[in-house]
Design a protein around this ligand. Structure first.
Ligand SMILES: [Fe+2]
Ligand SMILES: [Fe+2]
Length: 404
């Protein structure tokens, strides 16, 4: 008896993460082949902007499978009329492949919620279940998986295989964002990436360079998590105000503020993908502090995707750490990020007041506060912040003695 894997999903788009997961399943469960089955998306389910229709997703899956000979794409779900349930699919697959062990493949989240699916006890009569662990699962998750396996076997007579997964997961939403940020080839089979670019899917055809301010605002806000939007808006408002107050360019300040966190939504792994794409060199500090990488990747995206000026990009690059000898614009973005109106921590009011009275004193105070905060938290301090603070103190001392 042969073994066949069944892998369903929206595949919007099918990416390298899917294909490597399938390879892992195929090797560890000794599958002869895998059927990749794009789901029909119910009409009421919202798809992200620029998503292709089912026929195009099917074609993209076929292109992805070309590089993986053990994968066959099936249009079984797409052909079915009316409401579509997994139980119908697995019944159909039993009729098509009666002599093979059929293993329905899934990730941890789907597995842990399997008993809430429609007719799970019927599904397991037609297929075995194969689940891939997340990389390095917590003890709690491991226990939940074992408990679920035992429950499904005992209560429904299911056959369950658990696969230890060494792969780093990447989400389809991150893949779509990386596509828009010009890094599709890093996360997609080549033929899939080429076709997406050829058709301009997922808004890859949109030219975002040198957008007028309102368009830039709209684009930028759509690229952040909703809960981060007030921070970006607050940062923009304050940066413009401080630029006007201290004689910097308010337009550059607004543009830098709108884009300063434009890659913040990406995980550390996804940040590293963008670093590779844009040839951003990383030191040990960067590799150990992935949360700060969004300043460097944000600057690269501002430059290559949004076509922003070097002064805007450099302000973005420096907004988390500062540096020795910051320009006025860089100081303004550094401060605005830290004290815009949604920020709330002891001392923020005093910093806001100081920013109105003396920009340099406010920057010194902000740097000092950051240094103390990082040290108290026992975290590593970026050398650029230390140098920035030393530089600003020296400047102040020089100005002080010159004024005497
Ligand atoms: Fe940031
Ligand atoms: Fe920020």
């Amino acid at each position: 008896m042969g073994r066949i894997g069944i892998y369903g999903g929206t595949f919007n788009p099918p990416h390298t993460g899917h294909m490597l997961a399938l390879r892992e399943f195929a090797e560890k469960l000794q599958l002869d082949r895998v059927l990749l089955i794009p789901d029909r998306v119910p009409p009421h389910k919202e798809m992200p902007a620029g998503s292709p229709d089912a026929a195009v997703r099917l074609e993209l899956c076929r292109l992805a499978a070309k590089e993986y000979p053990f994968v066959t794409v099936s249009d079984l779900e797409l052909r079915r009329e009316g409401r579509s349930y997994t139980v119908d699919t697995v019944r159909e697959l039993e009729a098509l492949y009666p002599d093979e062990e059929r293993i329905f493949l899934m990730g941890t989240d789907m597995f842990l919620s399997f008993d809430k699916w429609y007719m799970p006890d019927q599904i397991v009569r037609h297929v075995s279940l194969g689940m891939a662990n997340r990389q390095a699962p917590s003890e709690e998750e491991k226990n939940a998986i074992l408990a679920q396996k035992e429950k499904l076997e005992r209560e429904m007579g299911a056959t369950v295989y658990i696969v230890e997964n060494d792969l780093i997961e990447i989400s389809s939403s991150a893949v779509r964002l990386l596509l828009r940020y010009g890094a599709g080839e890093e996360v997609l089979p080549k033929a899939v990436n080429d076709e997406i670019l050829r058709l301009g899917l997922y808004r890859t055809g949109a030219d975002l360079r040198s957008l007028p301010m309102e368009k830039l605002r709209e684009e930028s806000l759509s690229l952040h998590k909703p809960r981060r939007v007030p921070h970006v808006e607050g940062c923009c408002e304050l940066a413009v105000h401080l630029a006007e107050r201290w004689g910097a360019d308010p337009v550059a300040a607004a543009r830098a503020a709108l884009l300063h966190d434009v890659t913040k939504i990406l995980s550390g792994t996804e940040q590293l993908i963008l670093c590779r794409r844009y040839g951003i060199l990383l030191d040990d500090f960067d590799r150990q502090n992935e949360s700060l990488l969004h300043a460097k990747t944000g600057a690269a995206v501002a430059k290559h995707i949004f076509g922003e000026s070097e002064e805007v990009c450099e302000a973005i690059r420096r907004h988390t750490t500062g540096k020795a000898g910051m320009t006025k614009l860089q100081k303004i973005l550094y401060l605005a990020d830290m004290i815009e109106k949604t920020r709330s921590y002891p001392g923020v009011e005093a910093l806001r007041q100081l920013a109105e009275e003396d920009l340099d004193a406010a920057v010194r105070s902000a740097l000092q506060r950051t240094i103390a905060f990082v040290q108290e938290g026992g975290r590593a301090l970026h050398p650029d912040s230390v140098q920035a603070y030393a530089y600003e103190c020296e400047q102040a001392a020089e100005q002080g003695s010159a004024g005497k």
